[in-house]
Design a protein around this ligand. Structure first.
Ligand code: HXC
Length: 260
């Protein structure tokens, strides 16, 4: 399927979804969000895809936020619908059954930062910039930033970033745990694909179970989270992947998982 605002490629089980509106710093408009939703459905249905990488076209931006031209004149009702639709698409991203890595190659601002926050983890180029500048536009984050950022970096740091709208360099974002790894810009994608290939060799079901346990656990109390974890553990241990993984260890060879 061909898209106008994104590019989806698949190579050897690794999908790469590139936000592709470089003239507008890859800003998120309605058309892009609709295409993203459709691409995520395609990816979720494709058993061959093991890991998804998100990145931005060009060398300036991952995504510089929601499209300010498009949101400027929305009525309150239309604004609520836009936020609701964007939140739903970003939930769809977060709930994909495979690991998702954000490869942040430039500005990840507003909705772009919120998109990265819904990924399983973030690698960034040393030239990347993060921030939730909505407050400087007289609005607030609307694609999950007020909820996911405090869960990731703690409430007080999140409040400061949201109240000031200040930008963080990639190194600063790494120091507060927003970014896992910073790489020189020309090594970002190689570094991301290296970790993606490593993950892609693990069992599909155990990856999905681990991802779900972490995701659900962040939104419930410890007792409930531990119950989710032990159910997932038991389910995984009964799988053929677990047979293969444990047998391979005992036979001192590398496991080859078939997803069963
Ligand atoms: C629409 C955008 C845009 C955006 C940049 N552009 N960001 N268009 N929406 N979010 C456009 C500019 O208008 C300009 O178009 C072109 O991209 C290049 O941008 P410049 O500003 O000229 O580039 P530069 O000086 O390098 O500055 C880059 C920047 C700056 C720091 C990223 O563009 C910026 O601050 N952008 C806005 C960031 C922001 O406030 N994001 C939050 C949006 S609100 P022309 O046509 O002039 O060349 C949001 C809410 C989410 O995300 C929730 C909604 C419910």
């Amino acid at each position: 399927m061909s898209y106008e605002c994104i590019v989806l490629t698949v190579d050897n089980g690794l999908a790469t979804l590139t936000f592709d509106r470089p003239k507008a710093m890859n800003a998120l408009n309605g058309a892009l969000l609709r295409e993203l939703s459709s691409a995520l459905q395609t990816i979720a249905a494709d058993e061959e895809i093991r890991v998804l990488v998100l990145t931005g076209a060009g060398d300036k931006a991952f995504v510089a936020g929601a499209d300010i031209k498009e949101i400027q004149h929305l009525t309150p009702l239309a604004a609520r619908h836009f936020a609701q639709f964007g939140q739903a698409v970003i939930d769809q991203l977060q709930q994909l059954p495979i690991p998702v890595i954000a490869a942040v190659n430039g500005y990840a601002l507003g909705g772009g930062c919120e998109m990265a926050l819904a990924c399983d983890f973030i690698y960034a180029s040393e030239t990347a910039t993060f921030g939730l500048p909505e407050i400087s536009l007289g609005i607030i984050p609307g694609f999950g930033g007020t909820q996911r950022l405090p869960r990731l970096i703690g409430a007080n740091l999140a409040r400061e970033l949201i109240f000031t709208g200040k930008f963080l360099s990639a190194a600063e974002a790494k120091a507060i745990g927003l970014v896992n790894t910073c790489l020189p810009a020309d090594q970002l994608m190689a570094g991301v694909y290296e970790v993606a290939r490593n993950i892609a060799r693990k069992g599909r079901a155990s990856l999905q179970t681990a991802k779900e346990a972490v995701r659900q656990g962040l939104n419930c109390d410890l007792k409930t989270g531990l119950a989710i974890e032990r159910d997932g553990f038991a389910l995984c241990l009964a799988s053929s992947d677990a047979q293969e993984g444990t047998t391979a260890f005992l036979e001192k060879r590398k496991a080859v998982f078939n997803g069963g």
